[in-house]
Design a protein around this ligand. Structure first.
Ligand code: ATP
Ligand code: LTN
Length: 339
């Protein structure tokens, strides 16, 4: 505990979260988790499992519970180390809901109605356009602001939410006095928006209708190779990065570089003069090779629930310490009578 506090003195704070809904995709991995792992030593990091965000869309309770642990195990299997960062479940720290309520009074209904994700999800879940779905970005702002966060690594789809978080923080700071750190979004240079393999103009999503366009982190080798074989490319045969004119091939190149560690130029050279068949097989193999050890480590971790619980308990305690001090400062500023 002291060690973490010591780190805070010297390091900037990084915050990110993923919802424990469905199985994660390689879009989540490339857009978010890979960066989280790469940045964990440079920053004091808090990584949440956003189960409160998850319930903005109806969930099966037993599955939500199971996916919470499964996401923790995945975080760890991908390289997030509970001794070097704080891993916790959002609902274990009540300050998130409490600050979200306060921030609601600094957020305009019109701002929330304009959010792209709200509009998309409202269309997709027309029978359940609940207040939580609309309030999703305010809860996300509360997550980020509670930890005095400097940077937030996320995929590009979250940019609008990050902007509104900054607006809310600045608004609050202007009305009272500087209270919140205004955070910056960090987006991967390549792979901030991995496309669906069958329709690269759409983001690869956990909840896509056709699973053949999505590679899940728990897909087996044969499934991965089969899905890449069917990925759309184009009618010429040149492996070249050109997202505008060659969206399918460029998407596969982004995936390949993220999983092989090679640069785009190296990959283009590697496949010069070779057909798309070879290229797609190589992408599939690179992804499958990388995911196999992650999958077995995740399974190993999941077999030790007691250990996972101890990680979450320690994480929640650490997170609560920071979050409750921010919340108390906010309550003081807005005039809540405190004992
Ligand atoms: P859903 O599609 O079910 O709403 P999601 O796949 O967007 O879910 P989240 O938990 O909302 O998953 O996102 C977790 C992180 O993964 C976020 O940082 C998000 O920006 C990132 N992310 C999600 N999909 C992609 C993608 N296709 N490419 C890059 N990053 C992505
Ligand atoms: N909305 C995010 C998940 C999320 C998040 C956060 C990301 C919830 N709270 C705080 C960064 C910071 C998403 O990826 N869909």
């Amino acid at each position: 505990m002291e060690e973490v506090e010591q780190q805070k003195v010297n390091k900037k704070v990084l915050y990110s979260a993923v919802q424990p809904t469905n199985a994660l995709t390689i879009g989540n991995y490339i857009g978010a988790i890979k960066n989280m792992v790469a940045m964990q030593d440079e920053y004091t990091c808090f990584f949440a499992i956003a189960n409160m965000h998850a319930i903005t869309v109806r969930q099966v309770p037993a599955q939500l519970r199971q996916k919470t642990l499964s996401l923790l195990a995945l975080y760890m299997a991908c390289g997030l180390d509970p001794n070097r960062c704080t891993l916790y479940v959002q609902s274990h720290v009540p300050c998130h809901a409490e600050l979200a309520w306060v921030l609601n009074t600094f957020t305009y209904v019109g701002e929330m109605e304009r959010m792209t994700q709200f509009k998309d999800k409202s269309a997709k879940h027309a029978d359940n356009i609940n207040m939580g779905l609309m309030d999703y970005p305010v809860l996300m702002a509360a997550d980020i602001l509670l930890y005095k966060t400097d940077v937030v690594p996320v995929g590009i789809d979250q940019r609008q939410h990050l902007e509104i978080c900054r607006d809310i923080a600045i608004r609050f700071n202007n009305i009272y006095s500087p209270t919140f750190v205004v955070p910056e979004g960090v987006y991967p240079k390549v792979g901030a928006k991995i496309g669906d393999l069958l329709d690269p103009s759409k983001k690869m999503s956990k909840s896509a209708e056709n699973a053949n366009g999505t590679i899940f982190m728990d897909d087996d080798r044969d499934t991965i190779i089969r899905k890449f074989k069917r990925a759309v490319t184009d009618s010429d045969s040149e492996v070249r990065y050109d997202p505008e004119n060659k969206p399918g091939v460029s998407n596969l190149l982004s995936i390949y570089t993220a999983f092989s560690g090679k640069s785009i130029e190296e990959a283009e050279r590697e496949f010069a003069g070779r057909g798309y068949g070879d290229f797609k097989l190589a992408v599939g193999e690179a992804v499958a090779d990388k995911l196999a050890p992650v999958q077995s480590e995740q399974a190993r971790l999941l077999s030790d629930k007691e250990y996972l619980n101890s990680v979450l308990k320690a994480g929640a305690e650490r997170a609560y310490k920071v979050a409750s001090s921010t919340l108390s400062k906010v309550y003081r500023k807005i005039g809540f009578y405190q004992l």
